[in-house]
Write a protein that binds this ligand. Structure first.
Ligand code: NDP
Ligand code: AKG
Ligand code: MG
Length: 420
């Protein structure tokens, strides 16, 4: 089949018929009015929240730009739907679509515990080298929270997205591979491991760490953030997480010296007074950081973390501002942005039209901002806040808000559109 999209090579799915590839101007700014956006519905609650997100986004775009901008949604496949259609969990066409169109959005995908397929989410991140998982966390007015002053939470997590124990390099206890590694450790490295142990490997590299820190620092500079905090367990895992800390500091001091001051310099040389325009580089040990985000959230602005710490921390932060139903994110590199909610497939709610689509809608808000469509992004956030303030919410917020009116997932999306 021929297509107007030169160089796009698909095997199993139809080519999009309308829309454009994103273009960048000479400064690298995205300039497009009718982008093709590939989307993956996802498993479990995925189809419900994807539909709701598309309704809200299309309505916001229409309200802001009339017919002069439009997203051409193009369904591509992964997860259970893909397996049922093509016998593959992630067909090559889906990878090709994301590489080609550069911006995409997905619903959550299931990963079985303790066996079965490896994470499809991690596969996307590794194969497309989406090295940063960017998860902004802030409080939206009117949303119930376990904190006394949730409005003080305004952080962006930059989580390393391709390495660490999360990469899935591991062998089952008593397998021949695990026994071989244990034998190697004993004979060649002088380390003793119980013979009936499962084994996992935790790679953390200079390359993976420095490019993440670079992205976080650029973000902090461009967005006027006051601090960047490295979150690690380097006291215990010295050559992985301890090295992560060291390489993050090196990046800050060698590549961004004019923009940053370390906490040590701040107290030794400036009596704690931050010189104008400087971003403070801090580091915190991961367990202590979980306390800090609850007790002193106003002291933290950008967090840079290895993969597993960032996974844990982003769900904990989401809880502080109302729960996973409002937690957006993006998997990014310097070229591709692949948006997705922080949460998973919440299987017990699959197909019930019940959960909060807010996380997916806010992920799409990040996508609108990435496109430079800031009016539509702002309208969406404002309409969502007004809907929540008026007491129209899904079950997760309703159970915390006395006197609220519980609506379905699609009902919440419709209510947001009515506020626009
Ligand atoms: N990026 C991805 O695709 C991700 C996929 N996963 C996968 O998802 C599957 C399920 O994981 P699980 O540990 O249950 O975690 P989930 O994040 O799917 O759900 C945990 C709980 O969070 C709450 N929750 C999640 N999403 C929403 C929402 N949109 N609105 C309201 N509440 C929500 C629900 O709480 P309550 O029960 O209190 O109502 C839910 O039971 C696993 O296979 C996992 O691997 C997990 C994370 C990310
Ligand atoms: O891949 C998975 O199933 C889990 C991913 C996850 O929890 C996350 O990315 O936050
Ligand atoms: Mg997670």
């Amino acid at each position: 089949m021929t297509s107007k999209f030169q160089g796009l090579k698909l095997q199993k799915i139809n080519y999009p018929t309308e829309g454009e590839v994103i273009k960048r101007d000479e400064k690298g700014k995205i300039n497009v009015n009718f982008p093709v956006i590939p989307y993956i519905e996802g498993d479990g609650i995925g189809p419900d929240i994807t539909k709701a997100m598309q309704l809200v986004v299309d309505t916001a775009i229409k309200k802001c730009y009339g017919d002069s901008k439009k997203i051409h949604w193009w369904e591509v496949y992964a997860g259970e739907k893909s397996y049922n259609l093509f016998g593959e969990w992630i067909p090559e066409d889906t990878m090709e679509a994301i590489r080609y169109f550069k911006i995409a959005i997905k619903g959550p995908l299931t990963t079985p515990v303790g066996g079965g397929i490896r994470s499809l989410n991690v596969t996307f991140r590794q194969k497309l080298d989406l090295y940063a998982c960017v998860r902004p966390v802030r409080h939206f007015s009117g949303v119930p929270s376990p904190l006394k002053e949730p409005n003080k939470v305004d952080m962006v997590v930059f989580r390393e997205n391709t390495e660490d124990v999360y990469a899935g390099i591991e062998w089952e206890a008593e397998s021949k591979e695990a026994l071989k590694v244990i034998d190697f450790l004993e004979k060649e490295m002088g380390k003793s491991v119980r013979p009936d142990s499962g084994i996992g490997i935790k790679p953390i590299s200079i390359t993976g760490t420095k490019r993440l820190m670079r992205m976080a620092l650029k973000y902090a500079i461009d967005n006027g953030k006051k601090s960047v905090t490295i979150v690690h367990k380097g006291n215990i895992m010295k050559f992985t997480e301890g090295a992560f800390r060291k390489w993050c500091y090196e990046t800050a001091l060698e590549e961004f010296r004019d923009f940053v001051i370390t906490e040590e310099e701040l107290f030794n040389e400036h009596r704690g007074e931050v010189p104008a325009g400087k971003i403070v580089i801090k580091d915190r040990i991961a367990d202590a950081m979980f306390q800090q985000i609850l007790l002193r959230p106003e002291e933290y602005h950008v967090l840079v973390t290895p993969n597993l710490n960032g996974d844990y921390l982003s769900d904990a932060l989401a809880a502080a501002v109302g729960g996973l139903g409002l937690a957006p994110g993006a998997n990014m590199n310097d070229e591709i942005a692949f948006f997705e909610a922080t949460h998973g497939t919440a299987p017990k709610y699959a197909g019930l039209d019940k959960v909060n689509p807010g996380s997916m809608i806010l992920s799409a808000v990040m996508m609108l901002q990435h496109l430079g469509w800031n009016e539509a992004a702002e309208l969406t956030v404002k309409a969502m806040e007004e809907t929540i303030k008026s007491g129209i919410v899904t079950y997760d917020l309703a159970r915390q808000m006395e006197g609220s009116k519980e609506v379905s997932c699609s009902g919440f999306a419709k209510a947001i559109c009515e506020k626009m």
